[in-house]
Design a binder for this molecule. Sequence first.
Ligand code: GUN
Length: 297
Amino acid sequence: MAATVIDGKAFAAKVRERVKAHVTRLVEEHGVMPGLAVVLVGENPASEVYVRSKGKATREAGMKSVEHKLDAATSEADLLALIGELNRDETIHGILVQLPVPDHIDADKVLAAIDPAKDVDGFHISNVGLLGTGQKAMVPCTPLGCLMMLREELGSLSGMEAVVIGRSNIVGKPMAQLLLKDSCTVTIAHSRTRDLPGVVRRADIVVAAVGRPNMVTSEWIKPGATVIDVGINRIEKPEGGTRLVGDVDYEDVAKVAGAITPVPGGVGPMTIACLLANTVTACCRKLGLAEPEGLTA
Ligand code: GUN
């Protein structure tokens, strides 16, 4: 039987509606509008597109959006000073510094300077530690989006075998922590894993986040497994031009999987929706309110 297609675009629209409803409540009942500041240093065209769409989505959700576009030659000290200002700004609940930053700036130092309570990327060491110890953290947006889709598709994940392919700080490691928190049996596989297809074949849940186009094929997949494809790879088309593909060979894997996310239209739209969700979460926590329903891990 053909796999269910997990429509990330439609689900992200639902999450964004949920965000908007929470924002309306915060404004009307508490007189507070959640605010997100996005900082971009330099002129990376892909980053500029991301930052623009983050700003647009933030405004559409009824939140305050602030964009700081800094010259590529901006010093680390000036960037740290701006982060200090945003940390102190009462109207800003979330701060995101778009990565990568230019080589003369130490990204770790920049991430460490962000107030952990405003760290909507969940990259600050405090949030990494809180998530790793099962405490209330800010959770990185892409893994949070993957978790929301898995819960929506499967209900309880308890006891399931999950294999995460990729060990990055942004996706692989936090994804594994979230799956563990939901009581999965978790394996993190990577480029040095022996018999990678054999390891992946054990999984009820596969999350692919390696950045290798079409790497995961149907022989790797247990029939009926749920497959989440985090990869976004641009490849040349035989007839000329380019197209986006994931880390999973979609057409092939869809023949055996129970459910699968497409690329584009799967994980991608969920990432921005979760950035908005995290901003609302940060705002609610600052006000001492209950966790916003349906928006957290
Ligand atoms: N660059 C690419 N993805 C991301 C992300 O999720 N957060 C930030 N801050 N920069 C990125």
